[in-house]
Ligand binder design. Structure first.
Ligand SMILES: O=C(O)CCC(=O)C(=O)O
Ligand SMILES: [Fe+2]
Length: 393
């Protein structure tokens, strides 16, 4: 089993490479390879109902924040946070890094291409290989320092971009820890209940730009930063920005630019609900590992990104996971004679490998008990014959 996050996909190389990406800006019509139609009807971009109950917004400075987070975690698996302490300037600076990178000509971006079995770099969404059609997006993943990639792309002014990422990472680490303990606290779980979490304060993703690689302290949590770009699309109703999925994290903190596109699945798969961008606000998703840790009490939210006709969209996901050596299993406190453990123990790396192999069936593949809730998702390849497949709209 790989012990470093960066090695999680070694055994599962992807065959769709960045060279398969089109130059989106030159396309005046949607090519067939991007048309999600007929067989993929369930995944077609559809408007969501205007008056659906909105995704909860939690003000972290509100004395009721813990209670509201508890409610959102159990009922939604997603919420937005405001007054979270991360300065808007830090978010804006990071958004500018993403905009700067994605607006480069294709040959420049390809200098930072992700290798087939690697985790970091520029490329198509990894989940693309599970679908017969391509997604209208491009991404850049950072695990560890982006220094090498940035030097290749911006040989003269990479430092300002590295600095923005480093500051973003620092702020997100802090917020992720705060949110994690609020989410767990709302379930009655304390630091004493998770021995691995006691010394996991010093987390690190990126390293200082010029300096030596920071050693990751034993017990420190791991993370990745994912930049996503969804260019304006000539036929948004037939395209898909990012197909429905759950995140393989404990939790994900998502910053979205001021263009909407993120949707979460609600009402047992009946409806997609848009998560509107809030200036300075951040979206928090529960990932599969927190779902496992909570013994199924908190759903890992199924979400997707749709695209727009006239506007580019950027999103930045901070993917927060446990220390790579830690086995995540349902917390003892939440297990009892009437609540048997629903999942077996997995490390983050092991789970990422499972996800790379089984995609939306990964959670059920680590399930111990038939009663464990799964979120109604099925692999696109199985959809034709499956009556319980997600219905959109
Ligand atoms: O762009 C978005 O809104 C969603 C991004 C996302 O789900 C991801 O990066 O995992
Ligand atoms: Fe996601």
């Amino acid at each position: 089993m790989p012990s470093r996050l960066a090695d999680a996909f070694r055994a599962h190389p992807v065959h769709l490479q960045p060279k398969h990406l089109h130059d989106f800006t030159s396309l005046k019509e949607l090519p067939d390879s991007y048309k999600w139609a007929s067989d993929e009807d369930q995944y077609r971009a559809q408007p969501d109902p205007a008056h659906h109950e909105p995704v909860p917004v939690v003000d972290l400075s509100d004395p009721n924040a813990l209670e509201e987070i508890g409610h959102a975690c159990r009922r939604w698996g997603v919420f937005q946070v405001v007054n979270h302490g991360v300065p808007t300037t830090v978010l804006d600076r990071m958004e500018n890094v993403a905009k700067g990178f994605f607006s480069l000509p294709a040959h420049q971006k390809l200098k930072a291409a992700r290798s087939p079995d690697g985790i970091s770099g520029y490329g198509l969404a990894r989940i693309s290989s599970f679908f017969p059609k391509l997604m209208w997006s491009e991404g850049f993943t950072m695990v560890g320092s982006p220094l090498e990639h940035f030097q290749r792309v911006w040989p003269h002014d990479y430092t300002q971009f590295c600095d923005a990422v480093e500051e973003y990472d620092k702020q997100m680490q802090k917020l992720a820890q705060t949110l994690m303990w609020l989410m767990l606290g709302s379930l009655g779980i304390t630091k004493e209940d998770l021995n691995w979490a006691n010394n996991s304060n010093s987390t690190t993703t990126t390293t200082p730009r010029g300096g030596p690689k920071k050693e990751v302290a034993a017990g420190s949590s791991s993370a990745a930063i994912q930049l996503n770009h969804y260019p304006a699309c000539p036929d948004p109703d037939r395209a898909m920005g990012l197909a429905p999925h759950t995140d393989s994290t404990l939790l994900t903190i998502l910053h979205q630019s001021n263009t909407s596109g993120l949707q979460v699945l609600r009402d047992d798969g009946a409806r997609w609900v848009t998560v509107p961008p809030i200036r300075g606000g951040l979206v928090v998703h529960i990932g599969d590992l927190l779902h496992i840790l909570s013994n199924g009490l908190c759903p890992s939210v199924v979400h997707r990104a749709v695209v727009n006709r006239d506007r580019n969209r950027i999103s930045i996901a901070y993917l927060h996971g446990p220390p790579s050596n830690v086995r995540i299993s349902p917390v003892q406190k939440l297990v009892g004679p009437s609540q048997p453990p629903l999942y077996r123990a997995v490390t983050w790396n092991e789970y990422l490998g499972t996800k790379a192999k089984h995609f939306n069936k990964a959670l059920s593949s680590v399930r111990l008990c038939a009663a464990a809730p799964i979120n109604g998702l099925v692999d696109a390849k199985d959809q034709k014959n499956n009556n319980n497949a997600v219905k959109v709209g």
